[in-house]
Design a protein around this ligand. Structure first.
Ligand SMILES: C[S@@+](CC[C@H](N)C(=O)[O-])C[C@H]1O[C@@H](n2cnc3c(N)ncnc32)[C@H](O)[C@@H]1O
Length: 165
């Protein structure tokens, strides 16, 4: 059985490797990026560093990011995802080339609900061949699960490509 420390370590390793892989995958595609779950802003900060020319929109209900990991005001989409994500999917329909969802917690019931919500709402925003990375398994129409990059442990992170409906 994995300890909590090992679960955290393997999840962060998987997150880092999947993000690196995704940056290469979208290099030749125009479009915007969604960071769903700003949290402390660690992954937002990493994406902003590696995707300096991209517009990255971050979703969060309560802003608690490190000051140097905060998006500019116009790139912060504040509120509950059940309201903000469907609205953003309409606003950015077909323009999102990378969606990173990191909204899981230790509450299984809320994880299931938020994974269902993202699975329903996010595909409308996605560009053809968009990549979605998630800390929770998603079931998105038009998306195919992808194998994880070499060396990443199974079931710590999930990768998808959108092929459209
Ligand atoms: C695990 S943290 C994100 C960590 C972040 N990626 C980082 O590297 O610092 C998950 C975040 O998702 C937000 N979140 C979870 N469910 C949400 C919802 N339904 N609406 C808005 N924000 C939500 C939480 O408030 C929390 O800050």
């Amino acid at each position: 059985m994995l300890t909590r420390l090992e679960k955290t370590l393997y999840r962060l390793e998987a997150q880092h490797a999947c993000l690196q892989w995704a940056f290469e995958q979208i290099a030749d595609q125009n479009g915007v990026v969604f960071e769903i779950g700003l949290g402390l802003g660690r992954t937002f900060n990493h994406m902003r560093h590696h995707l300096a020319d991209r517009e990255i929109y971050a979703f969060e209900r309560i802003v608690n990011a490190y000051p140097d990991c905060m998006p500019e005001k116009e790139y912060l989409i504040l509120g509950e995802l059940d309201e903000t994500l469907p609205a953003a999917a309409k606003r950015f329909a077909g323009r999102v080339v990378l969606g990173h969802s990191d909204v899981g917690s230790f509450d299984r019931v809320s994880n299931r609900a938020v994974a269902e919500l993202i699975s329903r709402a996010l595909p409308g925003a996605l560009a053809p061949r968009a990549i979605v990375l998630s800390d929770l398994p998603l079931d998105m129409p038009g998306c195919q699960a992808l194998p994880l990059p070499n060396g990443v442990r199974e079931d710590r992170y999930y990768l998808y490509r959108y092929f459209g409906n």
